[in-house]
Design a protein around this ligand. Sequence first.
Ligand code: ADP
Ligand code: MG
Length: 349
Amino acid sequence: MIFRRLMGFFSLDMGIDLGTCNTLVCVKGEGIVLNEPSVVAVRKGTNQVLEGGNAVGLVAKEMLGRTPGTIAAIRPLKDGVIADFDITEAMLSYFIRKVHGNRSLASPRVVIAVPSGITAVEKRAVLNSAERAGAREVMLVEEPLAAGIGAGLPIYEPTASMIVDIGGGTSEVAVMSLGAIAACESLRVAGDDMDEAIINYLKRTYNLLIGPQSAENVKIHIGSASPLAQETTIEVKGRDMISSLPRKAIIKSEEVREALKEPIGHIIDSVLRTLDKLEPELSADLVDNGIHLAGGGALLRGLDTVIAKASGLDVKVVDDPLTCVARGTSEYLEHVEWQRTLESDEDDI
Ligand code: ADP
Ligand code: MG
């Protein structure tokens, strides 16, 4: 018992948000110490990470869509499932080692937030990867719980808290109470689908083919879910689908909103389906507590307004939605530790 407490004192506790777009690591007492894209560069046709093993994260993201013939930049969690175990493991190891570095002698204790929709096999793969990367203890936490903690919601109390966490590959919709998930849905429609909707719109309307990074840029700069006080335009560049030559076009924020209607509609439907599954007492709590939006998708202008309109509930974007899960994951470890200490203190008596 004393030995465990001593080890806890010297070791490093990491909370990891293993997102489909971004991986963040939060260390107790230090805050967010790593924030990089979940991207790995590999030799095409293999799952061999590029020599040196450092073509991960920011370095690899810059290669996305621009790789020469022999290299591929891969997002191993793209659709919210682990598409490639080996590459995910290489990525996780790289991030854990990078943070651990020379910070601490003892191997780290790690809590990883994973989408609630991943399978038992995928969970085991994440646990094994973290162990192989040198973690002493590994725990998983469901992403909505971590998001709720990070947002400062009273998820351990007997009242309903609702989180809609819109990431890149998945949107997690969940209602929690007493530290557990009462109803949830893990939807494979999120930020990436918004980018794709913009790409398809430009293809259809302007015969212009643009890449996913450009589409994301359009979404972040002028994307919206409800009318803007000041509508605006943006210049996009890509390849003309008829002449095959590079070309640009100017698109309006109203057009982008029209393009985003479909993916946003799916997210709203998921929120309504989740509300529909609730026990009446939990529904009653939400009349006062409202819905909280987290994840990068929460930053889309006017998304709160359309969800509020469809559900009739108050909708708030949490503070710093992109780091909410990582901060909550790190805090979760403290909560679990605390619970375990209480239990073992009882054992000691
Ligand atoms: P994940 O948890 O899946 O890694 P994140 O929570 O990091 O995802 O969110 C990434 C998603 O958020 C991407 O699709 C990105 O385009 C989107 N995003 C980031 N900033 C904005 C913004 N200002 N407006 C709309 N979408 C945004
Ligand atoms: Mg996320």
